[in-house]
Design a protein around this ligand. Structure first.
Ligand code: HEM
Length: 401
């Protein structure tokens, strides 16, 4: 590839551009080849698109911090976040808070949920049997992940719809003031958790809420104590917010990609044991995470350019996941691929805590759906994409079966 300075100047990567969002992969190739450290002056961010660079940024938590926000809008606006929202924290607090919540996401805890998840997803797919047209998102995917979080946390079913709507809204807001407002919205659903915490305090059981109410830990000041109510609410909001919209998008991409690739779908029908591998490929090929941001804490050089403290760097999982320096024939969607390392769930200290749960949900949804509908067509023209820049997926996918 010849790189002239003029071709670099003509690259214009705008995360808010809806056409690019709909179809970013040609741009990603140009970024990787011609501007691996891209600077957008209008918005004031740098973008890294190669796998190697993005992984390096995400793993080097001392140089590239999360404390200013791990989405661009928040980092750029300098919005203050409450303590305990550990996705936006750095050491030492991040490690303390993450460890508290991580004990609830052990493989054992997740596999205990599996039978309930299978039952719920099978029933949701079964409810569609007999219909010839429906919406893969609103009639199937939308409520499943929040219901799983409901199982995990023990949340009453009557609150699921409100929680889902609030988190969906907050992840589809683009401006700093909208983000700020929707963050207050997110805080306002905390009252649902609050009522439930009162109830669980009085009626302990073996769920996550009870465990979090009773867990003792050593805080940053060295004191052994239980979590304060405010901290608990922040954790619960974070888990529910991080695990609902993202996973709906993973399910939606499953419907879209297998709808558009009947040859790959046929391979899965013929060999159901490929399901887990297919999920990896779906997550690699169309990651539900659109960008992951960091802020430079100490002067650093990337690709020959020095970045000063305060610079915002966004990593692009979708670009890194199709980097031919990392994957063979990366533009090819192949459910039998041994895909190896990808950045859909980030990398390093903030690696998604819910990754195994999200993989499990996507696999079970795929199996439940495919068992009943071995053939379906998607109407991509009539489908509607999500509207934010944190995540990337679908609000509506009309299908015929
Ligand atoms: C396919 C679905 C999902 C995707 C694509 C996804 C993606 C991500 C990404 C990219 C991050 C890291 C952000 C960063 O590095 O700054 C993250 C963190 C996190 N995710 Fe997920 N996620 C998914 C599902 C879930 C689920 C189901 C849960 C829990 C129920 C969850 C809980 C979390 C939590 C608690 C964090 C914060 C970890 C930390 O900062 O240490 N996620 N997720």
């Amino acid at each position: 590839v010849t790189t002239s300075s003029t071709s670099v100047e003509t690259i214009h990567f705008d995360m808010y551009d809806r056409e690019l969002y709909a179809s970013p992969y040609a741009m990603y190739r140009r970024l990787r080849d011609e501007a691996p450290l891209y600077h957008n002056e209008e918005y004031g961010f740098f973008a890294v698109s190669r796998y190697e660079d993005a992984a390096q940024v995400l793993v080097d938590r001392d140089t590239f911090i999360s404390g200013k926000g791990s989405v661009y809008q928040i980092a750029a606006a300098g919005i203050d976040m409450p303590d305990g929202l550990f996705i936006f924290e750095d050491p030492p607090l991040h490690a303390i808070h993450r460890a508290l919540v991580a004990r609830l996401f052990t493989p054992r805890a997740i596999s205990r949920l599996e039978p309930q998840i299978v039952q719920l997803f099978e029933a949701s797919a079964e409810a569609l049997v007999g219909r010839t047209e429906f919406d893969f998102v609103s009639d199937f995917a939308t409520m499943l992940p929040i219901r799983v979080i409901g199982m995990l946390l023990g949340l009453p079913e009557r609150d699921h719809a409100e929680l889902r709507a609030t988190f969906h809204k907050s992840q589809n807001e683009n401006t700093a003031s909208e983000q700020h407002e929707s963050f207050s919205g997110t805080r306002s659903v905390a009252h649902l958790f609050n009522d439930y915490l009162d109830f669980r305090q009085a009626n302990p059981t073996d769920d996550l809420m009870t465990e979090l109410l009773n867990v003792e830990f050593e805080d940053a000041g060295g004191t052994r104590r239980k979590l304060r109510r405010e901290e608990l609410l922040t954790f619960l909001t974070l888990i529910a917010a991080a695990g609902s919209d993202t996973t709906v998008n993973a399910l939606a991409w499953t419907g879209m990609l297998l709808g558009e690739h009947p040859d790959q779908r046929r391979r899965l029908v013929d060999d159901p044991s490929l399901a887990a591998n297919a999920v990896e490929e779906i997550l690699r090929y169309e990651p539900p995470s659109y960008h992951i941001a960091r802020t430079v804490a100490a002067e650093v050089e990337i690709r020959g350019r020095t970045l000063a403290p305060g610079a915002i760097v966004v990593t692009l999982p979708g670009a890194a996941n199709r980097d031919e320096r990392q994957h063979d024939d990366p533009e090819n969607f192949d459910v039998t691929r041994r895909s190896g390392q990808q950045l859909t769930f980030s990398f390093g200290p903030h690696f998604c805590l819910g990754a195994s749960l999200a993989r499990l949900e996507t696999r079970i949804a795929l199996q439940a759906f495919l068992a009943r509908f071995p053939n379906w067509n998607v109407d991509r023209q009539a489908s509607e994409m999500t509207k934010g820049i944190d995540t990337r997926g679908w609000d509506s996918i009309p299908v015929t079966v």
